[in-house]
Design a protein around this ligand. Structure first.
Ligand code: SF4
Length: 287
């Protein structure tokens, strides 16, 4: 198989991955609010399986600085290519949506914008500062890219002091270079180490099911514990299309429960692990 593996069909999904489609009235309302305000969500862009549950709960993970990524991770459903100019009105639309959806906990993420000098860090900071000014009761979690390891970019986000800073490792070390060719495992761990040494809560997450070994998974949990990462999410990789990296295994919920237990034993303060878990899943529950 060439380096971009593919399969004739996607491995059949077990019953525990079957979810109800996002067609409830609440979901429709959220979708129209987002569409009217020209806002992107990673929920829709990445075809998240939890959209029906989260939208019905009135939560969403907002995507800033557009929906076109400058990177091309082999498992990711987000559009790749030459990003558009930043919409100067995006933050106003975000504030309007948070007000309209009466959110008390907002998660803000972005594609990776290696084309921007600070990778979009200033836009993250501006969003957090504006939310704090205009909706002081609302907590903020930002899910940031690696900003190519730039301490200056990360400092901008620190200074805005969101409640939680999340940076996903996404995949185990042994498969990182192949699945995330523009990323770097050690740079991402360093970003998390910097976050953990700041006053902001640190969080990370990864998916399994790409063909990694059990040792690979335990190693990643150890590497994250070693940089004092406080919160962790572990979820099942679900292959978006035949063009994406083939899913190799669907882990049973009991296996996720075991990894969750191991993570707590390693000192993580809050862990969400399960077939449908994603980075922002139940983010507000951690408080
Ligand atoms: S950097 Fe993030 S958004 Fe971009 S392709 Fe990779 S996983 Fe997807």
């Amino acid at each position: 198989m060439n380096e971009r593996q593919s399969a004739k069909q996607i491995l059949h999904k077990p019953h525990w991955l079957k979810v109800r489609p996002p067609f409830s009235r609440e979901c429709r309302n959220i979708k129209s609010t987002l569409a009217n305000l020209k806002l992107h969500t990673v929920c829709q862009e990445a075809a998240c399986p939890n959209m029906s549950e989260c939208f019905a709960l009135g939560t969403a993970t907002f995507m800033i600085v557009g929906n076109i990524c400058t990177r091309d991770c082999l498992y990711c459903n987000v559009a790749h290519g030459k990003p558009l100019a930043i919409d100067e009105n995006e933050i106003n639309h975000l504030i309007d949506a948070v007000r309209k959806m009466k959110l008390e906990y907002v998660v803000i993420t972005s594609v990776t914008r290696d084309d921007l000098p600070d990778g979009g860090a200033q836009v993250f900071a501006d969003c957090v500062n504006r939310l704090r000014e205009e909706i002081p009761s609302c907590k903020t979690e930002v899910l940031i890219p690696d900003f190519q390891g730039s301490p200056e970019a990360l400092q901008k986000v620190f200074e805005a002091s969101p409640d939680v800073i999340n940076h996903n490792m996404e995949v185990v070390k042994s498969m990182f270079a192949q699945l995330r060719p523009q990323g770097n495992y050690d740079i991402s761990l360093k970003v998390l180490k910097n976050i953990s040494s700041s006053s902001v809560i640190s969080k990370s997450g990864f998916m399994i099911g790409f063909g990694e070994s059990r040792e690979d998974i335990l190693r990643l949990i150890d590497d994250l514990a070693a940089v004092s990462c406080e919160r962790l999410t572990i979820g099942q990789y679900q292959q978006p299309t035949l063009k994406h990296w083939p899913v190799a295994k669907y882990y049973h919920p009991d296996e996720f429960a075991e990894f969750k237990e191991i993570a707590y034993q390693k000192g993580f303060q809050y862990v969400e692990a399960g077939p449908l878990v994603r980075s922002s899943y139940h983010a507000a529950k951690a408080g």
